[in-house]
Design a protein. Structure first.
Length: 208
């Protein structure tokens, strides 16, 4: 999202450095807190799925700082998508909804899809409507595969919500919290509220 940042949290980098950082190589594993040690001895805790820029197996580098990483590093593998997509998504189950959030401390609907796909090296954009413009359209729920994304619109036709299909009648999504609900051609049906909560608009696929 576009917005203001504190200049103390900002470091200028070159276009060459940006290109290197944009080539995702390793992520921190799915553990809530993993230590990252700066050369000064200070400890920083990382949230699950954090990028490890320029990681060489022990150290990573950001701007002019060198860090020692002692947690578990994971190399994203697109080939494991179909096999592991459900467990990767379920990792965030019951995480509270937080607009703009992308961690187990709080996450929104498109943050959930982006972070889960990131674990497999699949880059999708940040906002729901942007993600809906990517991928290949799937004609119906009957033709879906685990990991396809379902998008939902409001009464004005604007896409406002997204979730990850676990199969052709279950979806995991962030709405109040990350949860699993029923889905059909009409949309998401909440067993808690005994009503439809989101109207299905389109289904997209981002993997083979």
């Amino acid at each position: 999202y576009e917005g203001w940042i504190d200049p103390k949290q900002f470091v200028k980098i070159t276009a060459v450095t940006y290109a290197k950082l944009n080539e995702l190589q390793y992520l921190s594993g799915l553990v809530v807190s993993q230590p990252l040690k700066i050369e000064t001895g200070e400890i920083i805790n990382l949230v699950p799925g954090s990028s490890l820029p320029l990681f060489d197996g022990r150290h990573l580098y950001l701007a002019d700082e060198k860090y020692t990483f002692t947690g578990k590093a994971v190399k994203p593998d697109t080939g494991l998508f179909t096999q592991n997509i459900e467990s990767a998504a379920r990792f965030y189950l019951h995480t509270p909804y937080l607009w703009g959030g992308k961690s187990t401390f709080g996450i929104d609907c498109s943050g959930l899809t982006q972070m889960v796909f990131k674990q497999f090296g699949i880059k999708i954009k940040r906002d729901t409507w942007q993600q809906a413009e990517q991928g290949k359209e799937v004609n119906s729920l009957a033709e879906t595969k685990p990991g396809d994304l379902a998008f939902f619109d409001n009464s004005e036709g604007r896409i406002i919500h997204v979730g990850i299909l676990l199969n052709n009648n279950e979806i995991i999504h962030a709405s109040g919290r990350v949860k699993i609900d029923r889905i059909d051609e009409k949309g998401i049906y909440s067993e808690e509220l005994l009503q439809y909560t989101h109207k299905l608009r389109i289904i997209k696929r981002y993997h083979q």
